[in-house]
Design a binder for this molecule. Structure first.
Ligand SMILES: [Zn+2]
Length: 408
């Protein structure tokens, strides 16, 4: 039996009610609330601020001078408090290692397809306990860097049993679980992709839907075309799953338009967009989730965040953490790259990595520091949130609270 070393993070902490004490976090030099009603700009910035946490939730936000009394007191020492990061796109249930593939790619050797199959073979061969131990390690690694909500996809099993167990294991750690049986066509179906789509929309969906909130598909040349992706997403919708789409990553294609057409929560990657794609995202509730770790780790051109933001689209930043094309859990790294390479301001990048991710997961209880929100907090050892981009690669985490519980 896989035993997490500490309580996992289900939708609601069962021990909320066992935390009767209120905590006043005061002397916050810079507070990012993400609520314009609280302060300056879209980030709702507040200086000399304080926050009261009670029963796992934010109970009060305002200027330190007018803060109410609380049972306990934490001095932020003039540092920066932001909402915990919301990483809305990650592939964390896997086994094996692809260091050699990365090393070859970065050493100028031609990319040879089949990398994902290496991970599929290793994942199928792993025990439940091994997969759970790996997943726990990555979630804790992300938490130490300030990520308090993380989405987790299947997609390295590609059989009914292996996809279902990936989601079952993921669901013991996060409510944000995504059925990605349509990651690539399973090797056994290489000559019968239509048969694999039948499996993904039939028996595999039946086995996976009870453990998943979302359904996803890799809509791309060499993976699933627009018609296949539509069939897979609609089948998921009929089982109560909400669509999200790997869209327009490697080439122009129908993914973004399909995401908007089906009311998907998010179109992810968005690297190759036509003007019509940008307009469709801007006039919809579908969030454009950008994953700069993937372009960084494959030496590819970055998505144009500026173009999306100027059109009025909602943008999220996420890690896409996976062993092949983006093996990072660092949201701070994604912020730094987005600012340096993708035309985002530091404020926009921090917004996208917190409340942007929350919108991509259709969550209103995380991603902001407002009364009633879950007390997911990241204290930065810095005078400003801008340091996340200004000091790339530097560990700035001073403390992390998840649902009011000090975790780091
Ligand atoms: Zn992905």
């Amino acid at each position: 039996m896989p035993l997490p070393r500490k309580a996992p993070a289900p939708l609601e902490y069962p021990y909320f009610e066992r935390l009767p004490l209120s905590t006043l976090i005061t002397d916050i030099g810079c507070l990012v609330t993400n609520d314009p009603a609280h302060g300056t700009g879209p980030l709702g910035l507040l200086a000399d601020a304080a926050v009261v946490v009670e029963a796992g939730r934010i109970a009060w936000v305002g200027h330190a001078a007018s803060a109410p009394a609380a049972d306990e007191h934490y001095d932020a020492d003039d540092r920066t408090l932001i909402p915990g990061f919301v990483d809305s796109h990650a592939h964390l249930v896997f086994a094996g290692d692809r260091t050699a593939e990365f090393n070859a790619r970065m050493s100028g050797q031609a990319y040879t397809a089949g990398g994902i199959r290496t991970t599929v073979a290793a994942t199928r061969a792993a025990t439940d306990a091994e997969l759970d131990t790996n997943l726990t390690r990555f979630i804790e690694e992300a938490l130490r860097q300030g990520t308090t909500t993380i989405e987790c996809k299947s997609g390295y099993g590609l059989t009914v049993a292996d996809e279902a167990r990936a989601l079952r294991i993921a669901a013991s750690h996060t409510p944000e679980t995504t059925y990605l049986g349509a990651h690539v066509v399973a090797p056994e179906y290489a000559d019968d992709p239509a048969g694999y789509v039948d499996l993904v929309t039939g028996e595999m969906l039946d086995a996976c839907a009870p453990h998943a909130r979302w359904v996803d598909v890799f809509c791309e040349n060499g993976a699933f075309d627009g018609d296949q992706a539509r069939a897979i997403l609609k089948a998921g919708q009929e089982r109560g799953l909400i669509p999200r789409v790997h869209a327009n990553q490697l080439s122009y294609g129908p993914g973004v338009q399909l995401a908007v057409e089906l009311g998907a929560a998010s179109a992810d990657h968005c690297t190759h967009l036509t003007d019509a794609d940008v307009a469709a995202l801007a006039s919809s509730d579908t969030v454009a989730t950008l994953l700069p770790g993937a372009e960084f780790s494959t030496r590819a051109a970055y998505p144009d965040a500026r173009r999306l933001l100027d059109a009025g689209a909602t943008v999220a930043l996420s890690t896409d953490c996976n062993p092949g094309s983006s093996f990072t859990t660092s949201m701070a790294f994604c912020i730094a790259v987005a600012v340096r390479e993708m035309g985002m301001t530091p404020d926009e990048a921090v917004h996208a990595a917190t409340v942007g991710g929350a919108r991509a997961l259709r969550r209103t209880d995380v991603g902001s520091i407002t009364v009633g929100a879950r007390a997911d907090l990241l204290l930065l050892d810095a005078p400003s949130h801008v340091h996340l981009a200004y000091r790339p690669g530097v560990p700035l985490t001073a403390a992390v609270w998840r649902a009011g519980v000090r975790e780091v």
